[in-house]
Design a protein. Sequence first.
Length: 339
Amino acid sequence: MTSKTKPTDPYAKAGVNIEKGNELVDLIKTSVNATHDRRVLGGIGGFAGLFQLGSKYKNPVLVGCTDGVGTKVALSQAYNKTHLTGQDLVAMCVNDMVTCGAEPLFFLDYFAASKLEPKSSAKIVKGIANACKKSNCALLGGETAEMPGHYAKNNFDLAGFSVGVVEKSNLIDGKGIKPGQILLGVESSGPHSNGYSLIRSILKKHKAPNAIMQTLLKPTHLYPAPVLELIKKTNVKGMAHITGGGLTENIPRILKKGLVATVDLSAWKFPKAFLWLQEKGKISTSEMLRIFNCGIGMVCILDKKEISRAQKILSAHKLRSFEIGTITKGNLQEKIQYT
C-alpha cells in the first residue's frame, strides 16, 4: 500500500532548507556571471572557481587578502541596509590589496546565516558582485551556509577573500619612502567598516541625526580603480589603507626604521559624523585617530612634484584628497606625530 503523505525532510525539520539554497543560486547567477571575463573558466555551480592568469605578466607576484564587515552588519540589519554590506566586504579586501600595487583578479565570499532568506540574501550577494565589477574583479565563487542554533535569531556574517597580481618589478613595498615626501590623504566615505562596536555603543545612548546615520551606513569606498590609475601615471612610493587602528596604527606599518610621518591635523576637517561620534562618545582626538579613519581612507606617499597630478587623477574619480603631512627623519616608537 502506497502512502500519499509527503515524506518529511529531516534537514528542513532541523532548520536547514536545501531548496532555499538552490533558489538563492538562481537569483544571483546573472549578477555573478556579469563579473566574469574570458579569464574565468566555467561558471557558477562547480566545486571550485577556475581563473586563467594569462601571459600579461613576466614575473607575477600573487597577492591575497581576507577580511569581513565586522559589527557594521548588526547596524545595517537594524536600519534595513544589509544590501549595502556587500560593497563593504569587497572593499575591505581589495583596498588592502592595491596598497602594494596589485590589481584584483578574483573574489570569493562566505555568507553564513541563522536562516536563509533567498531574496534578502541575493541582495547582499548582488552587492558583492556589483562591487567586484567596479573593481574589475571576478566574483569567482563563494559559500552560503544556513546555521540555525549557531547564529541567534536572524543574524548573519560575511567574510571574503581576494587574490590579485602585480609584476614583481612594480611591487610597491615602501622601500622608496624617504624624508621630504608628501602624505596625500584620500577621503573616506565614513567610518568604512571599522569601529562599529564603539559606534553602536554610542548609538544606544544617543539618537543620531539622519545625515549622520546615512554616513555611518554608507558603504566603504572602492579604491582600486583610482589608485591603480594613480600608480600608472605617478611614482607612488608607498600606501596605507586606513582601517582598524586609524592613521596612528596604519601609516607606521609602511615606514622603515628612522622615518616618521608628521601629520598636520589642520590639513583637513574631520567630517561631521566623526565630530558627532567624538562629542557624544567623549573621545579624545588622539583616541579618535587610533580608532577611526577620521575622514582619510587611504594615504599615498609621493614626491612633492607628483602631488598636483595625483590630485587631478583622484578628482577625476570624484575623490577629494589633502596634503596631510610629510615624511621626516626620526626614531619615534610609533613612527607618527601630529602637529
